[in-house]
Design a binder for this molecule. Sequence first.
Ligand code: F6P
Length: 350
Amino acid sequence: MRIGLLTGGGDAPGLNAVIRTVVLSAASRGWEVVGIKHGFAGLLGKCDVAPLTRQSVSGIAHLGGTILRTTNRGNPLRYPVQHADGSVTENDRTDELIANAHQFGIDALIAIGGDGTLKIALELVRRGMKIVGVPKTIDNDVSCTITTFGFDTAVNTAIEAIDKLHTTAESHDRVIVMEVMGRHAGFIALHAGVAATADVILIPELPYDIEKVCEKIVSIVVAAEGAYGRDERTPPSGVSPSRREIRAGNVAEQLVQEIHERTAKECRSLVLGHLQRGGMPTGYDRLLATRFGAAAVRAVEQEAWGQMVALQSPHLVNVPITEVLREEKRVSLTHDIVEAARAIGISLGD
Ligand code: F6P
């Protein structure tokens, strides 16, 4: 058995721990693993594929990023081609990808990624490839798994930042709005905001009322990058609010202006940005990544093609990717964390 292994989409702390575990678990079965660089794009054109051995994955479990590199561009189903006149068209390059996988003697693929990567994987399975998925996102927005590695690390990074902002904001009687990642889902904002006792938490799942935000503000507002106001321009018909174009970095700035105009309070903003994606994975994420890696190799052994490994505590299970993609995972407004936030006086801007 020769397994091809790739990481797709944005990186997340814990990817290297999955890679290491896949290689070691495969080696213990006498199987080989080849690493495919830059996601599915590594199987296109000249290809970027190299063997992964016990030696090449030694000492990487605690490192952030991915030794395989990654990209959130270059979907082989709709590969962008730039023309001389500047126009861009899209090509389906899956036949080429499948032929290259055969060329490298790849029997099965393990694809580590979020919804985008899983969608590509599912289409390739429909076209005959043998693929197992491993969920990855710091946003925690992949369905059918309680959590994904990288999320805990991102939440801890955000908590540390909020703790620091509390002291300076309070010393100056300022309002500080901190924007965290989460284009469509507010898990990072909610978990970090509750744990670090923000005054206001704004998430895309619950459009905010700026008047309510201003009523509550003491010092710290945590806003997901996809948060938006109730009276913001309604999205074009047929497009759900969570799908509208996200203005990363604009949310914090916009809120600062709105809050200042209404309250005259001195305000500052901080966009935590890619700090949330970097650095060492927490112990929780390293362990989860290791469990996912081992489960993915077991899934290959079980020939669970088109399935994704998932945490459904206390067990790791395989779930069909079709099931995973059926529904987008979002913060449930009836979840006990939302109730806890309200119970301790945190405003959700509604
Ligand atoms: O999907 C994960 C995520 O972290 C989002 O929260 C964020 O909007 C996005 O990636 C940013 O990705 P990049 O800057 O790498 O395109």
